[in-house]
Design a protein around this ligand. Sequence first.
Ligand code: BG6
Length: 468
Amino acid sequence: MEQSSNPDNFFALHPTIFVILGITGDLASRKLLPALLYLYSKKMLPQRFAIVGFSRRSFSREEFRELIRSKLNIKPGDFKEEDIKHFIDHISYEQGMFDDVSAYARLKIRLTAIDDRWGQCTNKLFHLSVPPKLYEGILTNIHKSDLAEVCGDGIGWTRILIEKPFGNDIETARALDKLLAKLFNEDQIFRIDHYLAKEAMQNILAFRFANSMFEPIWCSEFVDKIHIKLYEKIGVEGRGAFYDPIGALKDMGQSHMMQILALIAMDKPKSFSPEDIRRERARILNKLESISPRQMAKQVVRGQYEGYRNEPGVASQSVTETYFRIQARINVDRWKDVPIYLENGKALSETKTEIDIYFKGENLDKQNIITFRIQPDEGIKIRFFVKTPGYEFKTEPKILKFKYSDSPSLSALPNDYERLIHDAFVGDQTLFASTDEIMASWKFVTPILTSLDKTPLITYKKGTEEVG
Ligand code: BG6
């Protein structure tokens, strides 16, 4: 951790090659390359680094550079054109089909040539920026071509970064895990759930465990209910072909929602080491009470926004959910009988990620509420009561508020992908999902998915405030 917070140390890191499989895709231009560019401009990449892209399409060197430049999702004015050019100078390209093993042999030659040029055995980071259905083939080919081999007697490491969804259900997740374990050690595998890297998500643990006044009341004796809201105003916006076979529950429920829940509900870890934190996150997720087909209609609401079926790439009779609300429970003393509402939807009235912890009160109007705002307007709010001035003893609610944006020294929040790439470089897995967490969340989500048809599909209007 020490080293990662010191850019000068970071700059002195061992030479590293960042390989992006699927560099011409949306994720690379929207998230990865901008994050790398920001890290580069802050001198937070190793002094010697290269980015090697691998994709199906064929380009001349100039066409490739132009494509990368035109697609880079960066704020106008954040960089000088010259700096962007220098950054792009670090990127080269290898064309190849993902299922063609000989293309990986060419990729290996390219990587070795960089090692030879630098006279060093470099670190290698592989990012799978491709649809998950391609993972198996790519991983197998990486293995067959010895790309995952560590060179120079362990001087340079090899790591792999993969994106959710990890599998399609518990069985496929296990199969993917088995394949990964065949090729890599656990400490080489970085499973990205970008919500974990959001600054305000990390603040949940700080708030809970750095303030001794909250932990004693973080339990069923005091908490009435918890409501996690992951609302998006946008619909599928051109991602219909990706989204339709998946749906909200797999897209956000199995991953981001479960990670938020883990941070809110987990016990205090023995230490703040990556192992201890990840162990506690997995432990609490493993205790989620499974929802049987009989309970579905009572505990699960699913919906689809009007007009979804006309989105490009969506089947005309699609029954894919773009919204869900689950009433979950966790089978541990701490959370005995506390309902936890997990709600996510697209095309709702606003975009916000928020967690409300409701504390028991005389009645609903008298409840204290702690709200974590993950985005936008990151911060924390506490609803409490004061006496209304006057001769009677009456109270009224007021809000205590902390907003990152109110505090100049805190307002520059690091971008989630910047943080993830940074941590992958330094080998810190705290903000990455462990295989145990993923299995635990599939264990909860898979039975719901299999009996989703036991609960009616509600059609809701775009921009609605409340579904069902
Ligand atoms: C992705 C989902 O993981 O997260 C998208 O696939 C969703 O459907 C996105 O829009 C939301 O991420 P963020 O960081 O914009 O809240």
